[in-house]
Design a protein around this ligand. Structure first.
Ligand code: SF4
Length: 395
């Protein structure tokens, strides 16, 4: 079986006489991409084309009951039912902001909760999907990072967010389910630290038998896990965004501690390599605007020098405050000045509108309910007061 299979029983579900199964957990078909689904059918003595039928039932038709897959013979449906299931987590809470941004809190089987957000605009509908329960990386300006970390999501739990959002939006709007035009892996967690499950889920997003999104409409956002960026370029060419947030190592070591392991020079090399085969594509650089910290003209000048040889678009993100943060949002005047310097240097630079703030659905505000195994949130509360790099407004 493919390594994409996401239950322990997948590789060795014993079929005695082609029928019977032990009490081992069933395979969750929701998290299988086309290759893994084909492998599944081959492993039970069936033709691989069954994969396309079943993927379409699950993701396109939204069917959860295997017995309703009417173009699959009854005997085969029953055979599948013995060893597999389609398990979808539940929505425990949802809310809509006045700007149309919609947030779902999704409860997983183990009681952890993750958050998924839909951001509509005139031209697109973007779904922001989580990849981990919490995050290990602890970026200093990010609410998710302060919650600590529990575990990686399975490919089923990642794609379940899309499955649920499509059905939920379709009911609300009374329209066809293609309100989602873009997916960004920018919710809770660092996607490249959950590589296999994230790639499998993205394969399902891209598959014409599932959600049929183009590679330009699925974006993975990373804080800069350099080795995994090279690996990603070998297996897919989805759009890439980098959480940059600082133009030099000294400041980035504080804002994005992962930078101590993979400094800017290494990160920039990995960015250059990612689209080296397709010179027309750009990497998006995300830059959160923190008052008095990274928003001065000198920072813009350093950014110009850092990015001058790379094809990038720069997204300036107004900081979204959360309880206990030591940072403040840069003023609009400061953001405008910063943007002007970058644009005059020839960069494509936009300021992202902040959305869903009132329902804590804005960028950097997703927290879910994480059973923190790292005790980070407690440690952070104690250490914030003594930090030596307090931004200017706290000095
Ligand atoms: S910004 Fe992203 S990588 Fe950094 S702590 Fe938050 S979720 Fe993790």
């Amino acid at each position: 079986m493919s390594t994409n299979c996401n239950t322990t029983s997948c590789q060795d579900s014993p079929l005695i006489g082609g029928v019977t199964i032990t009490s081992k957990p069933k395979i969750n078909l929701l998290g299988l991409d086309r290759k893994a689904m084909q492998d599944f059918f081959i492993s039970i003595g069936e033709k691989p084309y069954r994969a396309e039928q079943v993927l379409k039932w699950i993701h396109f038709q939204g069917i959860q009951d295997i017995l309703q897959m009417t173009n699959v013979g009854k005997a085969l449906r029953e055979k599948i039912l013995n060893i597999a299931e389609i398990q979808i987590p539940t929505i425990s809470y949802e809310s809509t902001a006045t700007d149309g941004t919609h947030k779902w809190v999704i409860r997983l089987m183990d009681g952890n909760c993750i958050e998924t957000v839909f951001i509509p605009s005139e031209t697109r509908g973007t779904l922001c999907v989580s990849s981990q329960v919490g995050c290990t990386l602890n970026c200093d300006f990010c609410s998710t990072g302060k919650q600590g970390f529990n575990r990686n999501l399975t490919s089923s739990e990642i794609i379940a967010q899309v499955w649920l959002a499509v059905r939920s939006l379709s009911k609300k709007q009374g329209s066809h389910d293609h309100a989602i035009t873009n997916i960004v892996m920018m919710g809770m967690g660092e996607p490249l630290l959950n590589f296999d499950a994230v790639v499998t889920a993205m394969n399902i997003m891209l598959d014409d038998f599932c959600y049929g999104l183009s590679k330009r409409r699925v974006t993975l956002s990373t804080a800069g896990v350099v080795p995994a960026m090279y690996r990603l370029g070998e297996v897919t060419d989805v759009a890439l965004a980098v959480s940059l947030h600082a133009p030099n190592d000294e400041l980035r070591n504080i804002l994005v501690p992962l930078n101590k392991k993979y400094p800017l020079n290494d990160l920039m090399q990995a960015c250059k390599a990612y689209f080296s085969k397709d010179k027309r594509r750009y990497i998006t650089m995300e830059y959160v605007m923190l008052e008095g910290v990274n928003d001065q003209p000198s920072h813009a000048e350093q950014l110009i020098s850092l990015l001058k040889d790379i094809r990038v678009k720069i997204n300036l993100i107004p900081f979204n405050p959360f309880p206990s943060t030591i940072y403040k949002r840069s003023s609009q005047t400061t953001i405008d000045r910063f943007q002007k310097i970058l644009m005059e240097a020839g960069f494509n630079c936009i300021m992202r509108r902040t959305r869903g703030e009132k329902i804590d659905a804005a960028c950097g505000q997703l927290v879910g309910q994480v059973k923190d195994r790292t005790r980070r949130s407690e440690r952070i509360k104690k250490s914030i007061a003594s930090t030596s790099y307090a931004p200017t407004h706290l000095k």
